[in-house]
Ligand binder design. Structure first.
Ligand SMILES: [Zn+2]
Length: 278
């Protein structure tokens, strides 16, 4: 941009006449449900959403005029690098890289052309029989629809480990879980890994500080409400989907998208209580 037009833009920005993306994000607010899945299959089970129900969710979003945006797009809005997400924006993510993500979720992701982010703990990949392989993750990424981010290295329960280990060892464990996962994912898959989902939704302020120090710009918890502008990017809520989230229940869930005032009223417990989830 030439200097004159920069100055004009600055004057307009200061006068409030034509807010740029960052200013727009600050002014408009947003309410974006982050829909979290784990496993897919023919029938509902613990952490398993029937594949047909996932397709119903995608159909419902499409027919309801919702837009599935990449998680990165939402994170950029918090950082002021992107405009506020439009009303009726939702995000789709899946934790743990269960092999049904490859067999059941990915065909629907491709058919409906929706962006998704997978949170992966590398110790299981190409190792545990229930997990995806590195090649499957690479193939998913190659669709251009999938981002792969960190879910720590081996999915510890930090609340239990904190009770079990001497402080110095606990600190070492946390640092290694955060750093090794990021390094391994970046080495195997390329790209930048700076988003983190807390295993079991367990987090506290100390963990947030460690995550920021390890290079993560946003982390994700388990709280059943949309992410709003008032949330800190270092602790964004995600809504854990179950087989009960169908029909009117799912419609109510996504109806929170784009209604910031309602979402603020619905805000859940503060950080102190969040560690109790799961
Ligand atoms: Zn997990």
């Amino acid at each position: 941009m030439r200097l004159v037009s920069r100055l004009v833009a600055l004057v307009l920005l200061l006068s409030g006449a034509a807010p740029g993306p960052a200013a727009a994000a600050r002014q408009e607010g947003w309410s974006v449900p982050i829909l979290l899945y784990h496993r897919f299959g023919p029938a509902a089970a613990s952490m398993t959403v029937p594949t047909a129900l996932f397709e119903e969710h995608l159909r419902c979003l499409r027919e309801g005029g919702y837009t599935v945006i990449p998680l990165r797009r939402l994170v950029d809005a918090y950082a002021g690098r992107a405009a506020a997400p439009a009303p009726r924006s939702v995000v789709i993510v899946a934790d743990d890289a269960h092999r049904s993500v490859s067999t059941d979720m990915m065909p629907l992701v491709r058919r409906y052309r929706v962006p998704v982010t997978l949170f992966v703990y590398p110790s299981a990949v190409s190792n545990a029989p229930y997990a995806m392989t590195w090649d499957e993750l690479r193939a998913a990424k190659a669709t251009g629809l999938v981002d792969v981010q960190s879910h720590t290295y081996w999915h510890p329960n930090f609340k239990q480990e904190k009770r079990r280990l001497p402080p110095a060892e606990y600190e070492k464990l946390v640092q290694s879980q955060l750093a090794r996962s990021k390094a391994k994912l970046e080495k195997e898959l390329g790209g930048t890994v700076d988003l983190l989902a807390w295993p079991f939704g367990v987090w506290d302020e100390e963990l947030l500080r460690r995550a920021a120090a390890a290079g993560y710009v946003a982390t994700f918890t388990l709280v059943r409400r949309p992410a709003t502008r008032d949330d800190r990017p270092l602790a964004l809520p995600r809504h854990l989907l179950t087989a009960a989230d169908r029909g009117p229940a799912f419609a109510r869930l996504i109806a929170g998208a784009g209604a910031p005032a309602v979402a603020v009223l619905r805000r859940g417990p503060g950080p102190a209580a969040a560690g109790r989830l799961r």
